[in-house]
Design a protein around this ligand. Structure first.
Ligand code: HEC
Ligand code: HEC
Length: 298
């Protein structure tokens, strides 16, 4: 996939195999792995919305409302911390949490294992690991993580431009790119092939949601209101935006940054009023659209 690192990292005990990916994909789309037997990972992480959804905050099993906006799962295999507050340090540590979260899939791990064991479709995938004495939940976590590592997006107009196709970006998109890297300062956080520094920043969104974000994990006052910088790959498909889904469109996102985010005691030093003209704001949005490419792993 053009524009991405060739190397997809994985833990030593979970190299990517076709079997694990196939099992993980099956688990991801399986509604039987939820309390109401109607909800799956894909109910919230919808493939045609770049594995996000269209709601401000997620809706889980039995229609229960969650606390945060469903993030896209694009290129998360390259990530270092997971969830908006980074509380999971690996995909393997992340993927069972939605299963047991009462507002998401709402199963106990015991019930998850019972349902996986009862489904003959999973049997061939369980055999080898079970023979080595691995618990079913570990096999499930490895499978889901392996599948997530195949969900990638690159080969966007931005990448084609980067490899020398001068027709890939319009004049306006190129102007937006220059602003992104320059006057608008987006690059100080949305950096690298995946447009994220994988760090936590306070842009002031939380001043309305009241979600303390990273501070829930670290307990430090300076982390109140800090959230993980999201990737901007496929961002045109993942509205609404931010950890609380409070911003409806990319135009409004750009207006938010142009105003200097939302004032609060711990606002990140890189967030300040930008003084962008109407044309400059429009160009930035055009550039963000040029980050939509080809999504693998459906
Ligand atoms: C009810 C909707 C819902 C369901 C079902 C759901 N998720 Fe999520 N997912 C979310 C929300 C909301 C978040 C962010 C939660 C937070 O940050 O606290 C999230 C976060 C994630 C992340 C972290 C992404 C990142 O950028 O850090 C991964 C990976 C993920 N989910 C995978 C899964 C898998 C695998 C399943 C199925 C086992 C699943 N999700 C089921 C809504 C859902
Ligand atoms: C100081 C670091 C920082 C800077 C500078 C920054 N961002 Fe962000 N961006 C973030 C963080 C952190 C979030 C999530 C905030 C939240 O939800 O509370 C975010 C969220 C977003 C989102 C929403 C993505 C989603 O999936 O919900 C978009 C779009 C975005 N930024 C674009 C931009 C643009 C365009 C610029 C430049 C004008 C910019 N950002 C500047 C850190 C930054």
């Amino acid at each position: 996939v053009a524009g991405l690192d060739e190397f997809m990292p994985h833990p030593e005990d979970n190299p990517l195999t076709a079997e694990r990916v196939a099992m993980g994909r099956m688990l991801f789309f399986d509604p039987n792995l939820s309390a109401d037997a109607r909800t799956s990972c894909a109910s919230c992480h919808i493939p045609r919305h770049a594995f996000a959804d269209t709601l401000a905050v997620s809706r889980g099993t039995h229609g229960l409302t969650g606390e945060r906006n469903t993030p896209s799962l694009i290129n998360r295999g390259y990530g270092r911390a997971f969830f908006w507050d980074g509380r999971a340090v690996s995909l393997e540590a992340q993927v069972l949490e939605p299963v047991t979260n009462p507002l998401e899939l709402g199963l106990t791990l015991h019930e998850l294992e019972r349902r996986v064991l009862a489904d003959p479709r999973y049997r061939p995938y369980l055999r080898a690991d079970r023979a080595r004495g691995e618990p079913v939940r570990t096999v499930v976590a490895r499978g889901l993580s392996s599948y997530l590592r195949t969900i990638r997006s690159g080969s966007a107009p931005f990448d084609a431009w980067g490899t020398g196709d001068t027709s890939a970006l319009s004049v306006e998109a190129r102007r937006g790119m220059a602003l992104f890297r320059g006057k608008a300062n987006c690059i100080s956080c949305h950096i690298g092939p995946n447009f994220t520094d994988e760090e936590f920043h306070n842009t002031g969104v939380f001043a309305v949601s009241g979600d303390s974000g990273r501070a829930r994990v670290t307990g430090r006052t300076e982390d109140v209101g800090a959230f993980k910088t999201p990737s901007l790959r496929e961002v045109a498909r993942t509205a609404p935006y931010m950890h609380d889904g409070s911003v409806g469109t990319l135009e409004e996102v750009v207006d938010f940054y142009d105003r200097g985010g939302r004032a609060n005691a711990a606002l990140d030093a890189e967030i300040r009023p930008l003084g962008l003209s109407v044309e400059e704001r429009r160009a930035l949005v055009v550039f963000l659209h040029a980050l939509s490419g080809r999504i693998t792993g459906h």
